[in-house]
Write a protein that binds this ligand. Structure first.
Ligand code: 16G
Length: 256
């Protein structure tokens, strides 16, 4: 199989595009056709060069591109592998749900890899977003959210201590803890921007540095308008789709 994918035959030097792109297409096609499966390892660079007759520089360029696109992953010391398959999930934007609820609806198991759970001083944007008084401290929760073991997002939440004074009590769903305290947000404002993942976040999400991500900021409010949650998340761009339902405006504001 590897011999066919890396066979020296079939490279076109007469205008079918650069050789590294032709090799990338071959590998990507083999993954799409199931001839290479998630987790399969690729031969070392020098073997790929020997099999294809291409230079090691060309092989490296092809592999680097496929890593950036998320088709391959490189593990230091152990080689290059076909990336695990992630299912793209569609998430309605108009519903104020929790990660745990979203995944339960899809029949997926969730768990979190905790990065931090502590009481901390707020960043200036957290003071603004949560409307904190001078000197007020916050509960800070940082975790990698996983669905069926696949990391989907990194969430960094800040909550006033009057809402959550013991961050270590949150072991599963934050919204379930807030609900039990009568503090679950009923309204939220969310801002979504595109971002390329930095090295640390990419590593935590198991993708290549520079891969596409979605940065989401959510400020959640109680019915009385009090802000209870300021959460900054970064979602894997290859795993999440946010869908919004649009309705035509009512008569007010339309042309006579
Ligand atoms: C969602 C929210 C996040 C909230 C979390 C609670 C987005 C972008 N973010 O992930 O703001 O803190 O749910 O989830 O939707 P949990 O109750 O499962 O901890």
């Amino acid at each position: 199989m590897i011999e066919t994918i890396f066979s020296p035959d079939g490279f076109d030097t007469t205008g079918a595009g650069p050789l590294y792109l032709q090799l990338q297409r071959r590998i990507a096609d083999a993954v799409a056709a199931g001839r290479l499966s998630p987790g399969d390892s690729l031969p070392p660079e020098r073997d790929m060069a020997a099999l294809t007759g291409l230079s090691r520089v060309t092989i490296r360029k092809a592999v680097e591109g496929l890593v950036t696109q998320g088709h391959l992953v490189q593990k230091r010391g152990s080689g290059t592998f076909v990336a695990p398959r992630v299912e793209r999930m569609e998430q309605a934007l108009s519903l104020l749900t929790s990660f745990t609820e979203d995944m339960a609806r899809r029949g997926k198991a969730v768990d979190s890899l905790w990065l931090s759970r502590r009481i901390d001083g707020p960043a200036p944007e957290e003071v603004m977003g949560l409307g904190l008084r001078a000197g007020e401290r916050i509960a800070r929760l940082e975790r990698v959210r996983r669905s069926d073991g696949v990391p989907l997002a990194i969430e960094r939440a800040a909550l006033p201590l009057s809402v959550l004074d013991a961050p270590e009590e949150v072991t599963g769903s934050l919204y379930a803890v807030l609900q039990a305290r009568g503090m679950r947000p009923v309204r939220a404002v969310q801002r979504i921007t595109a971002a390329n993942l930095g090295e640390r976040d990419a590593d935590l999400l198991g993708v290549a540095p520079g891969a596409a991500g979605l940065k989401i900021e959510r400020i959640g409010y109680l019915a009385n308008g009090r802000a209870v949650e300021f959460t900054r998340s970064i979602y894997r761009g290859d795993a999440y789709d946010f869908a919004v339902e649009l309705k035509i405006a009512d008569n007010e504001g339309t042309m006579p």
